[in-house]
Design a protein around this ligand. Structure first.
Ligand code: FAD
Length: 303
C-alpha cells in the first residue's frame, strides 16, 4: 500500500515542483543522487573509480513533453560523453527514452538516441537504455534491437517482474544485445507482472541463469545478497569467468557490498544519477524500501 502510494506520488507534477525546491527534500535526495551538476557527478565517478568501481552516469529526467527539451537532453548526454572521455573516467551512460522524446514520437526518440550513440561510439563508450514502465517495454526493446544492427555500444534493461521478460531476454540474446537485469521499479498490474516479491525473485534467478549462459556480458543489477551469492555460485559451478559479467548497484545503496565485491575481483558498476529532476527517481527509491522514509523523518526534525 505504501509502495503504491509512493509510486503514485512519483507522477504528481505539483508535488514534484514543491519537493524539488524544498531544502529538506533536497538534502534527502543527496543520499541517492550525486548532486545537481555534472562536475559533482564526475567527482563521485572519480572517487568510485579509485576503489575499482566503474560508473554509469544518469542525467536525471524523464517523460519530456517538449521536443526542444528532448533534443537538449540528447545534447546534454553528448556533452557528458565528451567529458567522460576528457576526464579518462571509467564510466558509461544510462539514458531514458522518455527523456529523449518517446512520449512525443518514436521518430524523435530514435533520432536523439542515434545522435547519442554516434557520439559515444567515437570513444567506445557504452550506452544503456534504462527500462521504464510497461507502456514502453515493447518500444524500448524494438528500438534497441533495431539500433544494435548499426551500433555495438547499445544495450537495455529487462525487469524480472514482467511475465514477458523471458521472451524479451531470448530476443536480446539472439540479437547479441547486452542486458542489465533488474527486478523492476514501477507499479504494474497483476495481468502483466508478478504480484508477489517471491515470484519476482524466482524469475530473476531464472533470467540470471539464461543471461549468464547465453548472453553478452550481462549486468546483474541488484542489492539482494541472496541473488548475488546465487550468481557467484552459478558462475563458479558452470565455469563462467568473472570477466564475463558485472554486478551493478545504485549510488547510496549497499556501499559495503559494492566495495566488498570489487575488492574480491568482481566487476562492479555503480549507477550515479545527478541533476535537478531527481524527484521521480527519489520516490522510486522510497517505494523500494519504506524504511527510507525514516531517513526523511529524521532529516525533517534535524532541519
Ligand atoms: C544499477 C541499477 C539500475 C537499475 N535500472 C533500472 C531500470 O532501468 N528500470 C527499472 O525498472 N528498475 C531499475 N533498477 C531498480 C530495480 O528494478 C529495483 O527496483 C531495485 O534495484 C531494488 O531491488 P533489489 O534488486 O535491490 O532487491 P530488493 O529485494 O528490493 O532489495 C534487496 C536489498 O537491497 C537493499 N535495498 C534495495 N532497495 C533499496 C533502497 N531503495 N534503499 C535502501 N536499500 C535498498 C535492501 O537492503 C534490501 O533488503 C535498477 C537498479 C540498479 C541496481
Amino acid at each position: 500500500m505504501l509502495k503504491e502510494s509512493m509510486l503514485y506520488l512519483a507522477k504528481q507534477d505539483t508535488i514534484r515542483e514543491f519537493a524539488q525546491r524544498n531544502a529538506i527534500a533536497r538534502r534527502v535526495a543527496r543520499r541517492f543522487v550525486a548532486g545537481e551538476t555534472l562536475d559533482e557527478a564526475i567527482t563521485v565517478a572519480h572517487e568510485l573509480n579509485r576503489r575499482r568501481i566503474s560508473v554509469s552516469l544518469d542525467h536525471l529526467g524523464e517523460n519530456t513533453r517538449d521536443a526542444h527539451e528532448a533534443t537538449a537532453a540528447a545534447n546534454d548526454y553528448i556533452a557528458i560523453i565528451e567529458r567522460i572521455q576528457r576526464e579518462g573516467a571509467d564510466a558509461n551512460i544510462s539514458v531514458k527514452l522518455t527523456a529523449l522524446g518517446l512520449d512525443i514520437s518514436e521518430d524523435l526518440a530514435h533520432e536523439n538516441l542515434t545522435r547519442v550513440l554516434t557520439a559515444a561510439q567515437r570513444y567506445n563508450i557504452f550506452v544503456r537504455v534504462d527500462m521504464e514502465a510497461s507502456d514502453y517495454t515493447q518500444r524500448t526493446v524494438d528500438l534497441v534491437i533495431a539500433l544494435s544492427a548499426a551500433f555495438e555500444n547499445v544495450g537495455t534493461v529487462i525487469q524480472s517482474a514482467l511475465y514477458r521478460s523471458s521472451d524479451d531476454v531470448a530476443r536480446l540474446i539472439a540479437a547479441g544485445v547486452r542486458v542489465r537485469l533488474v527486478k523492476g521499479a514501477y507499479l504494474e498490474p497483476a495481468t502483466i507482472a508478478y504480484p508477489h516479491k517471491v515470484e519476482v525473485d524466482k524469475a530473476y534467478l531464472q533470467l540470471m541463469r539464461q543471461l549468464m549462459e547465453y548472453g553478452v556480458y550481462p549486468a546483474l543489477a541488484t542489492h539482494d545478497e541472496r541473488i548475488i551469492n546465487a550468481a557467484i555460485r552459478f558462475a563458479s559451478d558452470t565455469g563462467i569467468p568473472r570477466a564475463r559479467f558485472e554486478f551493478q548497484m545504485l549510488y547510496g545503496i549497499r556501499r559495503d557490498l559494492q566495495e566488498r565485491l570489487a575488492a574480491t575481483g568482481y566487476n562492479v558498476r555503480v549507477y550515479v544519477p545527478y541533476g535537478t529532476h531527481w524527484y521521480p527517481y527519489l520516490t522510486r527509491r522510497m517505494a523500494e524500501r519504506p524504511a527510507n522514509l525514516m531517513f526523511i523523518v529524521s532529516n525533517t526534525f534535524r532541519g
